[in-house]
Design a protein around this ligand. Structure first.
Ligand code: 3PG
Length: 208
């Protein structure tokens, strides 16, 4: 299965901020136990590269890198084993580096102009970020009309109360968010709590 198919099958992408790479293995285990073998580990902390390496080494979870802003970060993420690269916006340098390395790029795009720019790179799936303040599900539904074939991964302000609004749109491949992996729970070592939050999210996202 390719990466996009795997993300669409999961319907959910947990956005992870790890302060200590030593927690990466247990966190991955908690997500897998909750029925969601997917993670987007953000380059917002210095632990990101080591965390990706530890998660990817398990072999039971699809690990991507998030908040990728530079070519150097693409290199670090891919060297650590990331199989997809997510960015908050669209950077030519980042997308081209991903394509050189043969790794899926998932850049942010929330306007028609940004989506057209992504299409020029041959991309047909974009992150829709920040979803909540960019018009939410109604904006995606409106953009989906002209952009037939484009898939969206809305992230930012998505949670248990509104994920169904997004997932009801056929062109939404998956939704992303941090609510399943609260940073304070990771810090506290509450991996059972993360498994519970993840299992609840998986149940909510299940196809009817
Ligand atoms: C992201 O990088 O995708 C967002 O920070 C996640 O947004 P959320 O915290 O509102 O889920």
């Amino acid at each position: 299965m390719d990466i996009l198919s795997a993300l669409s099958a999961a319907r959910l992408v947990p956005v992870v901020v790890l302060d200590d790479a030593a927690d990466a293995d247990a966190l991955a285990g908690a997500l897998v136990a909750g029925g969601l073998p997917v993670a987007e580990v953000t380059f917002r902390t210095a632990a990101a590269q080591d965390a990706i390496r530890a998660m990817a080494a398990r072999g039971d979870i699809l690990v991507g890198a998030g908040t990728i802003l530079t070519v150097e970060q693409v290199d670090q993420a891919v060297a650590a084993g990331a199989s997809y690269v997510v960015s908050p916006g669209l950077s030519r340098a980042v997308v081209e580096r991903c394509q050189e390395l043969g790794v899926l790029a998932l850049p942010g795009a929330v306007t028609a102009t940004e989506i057209q720019a992504a299409l020029k790179f041959g991309l047909t799936t974009v992150k829709f970020f920040p979803a909540g303040t960019s018009g939410g599900a109604a904006a995606i539904a409106a953009l989906a009309a002209p952009f037939v074939g484009v898939q969206f991964v809305p992230t930012g302000g998505v949670g248990p109360k509104n994920l169904h609004e997004y997932l009801a749109i056929p062109s939404v491949a998956a939704v992303g968010g941090s609510w399943m992996v609260p940073r304070d729970r990771v810090k506290a070592g509450d991996f059972a709590g993360i498994t519970e939050l993840t299992a609840q999210a998986v149940a909510l996202a299940a196809r009817p």
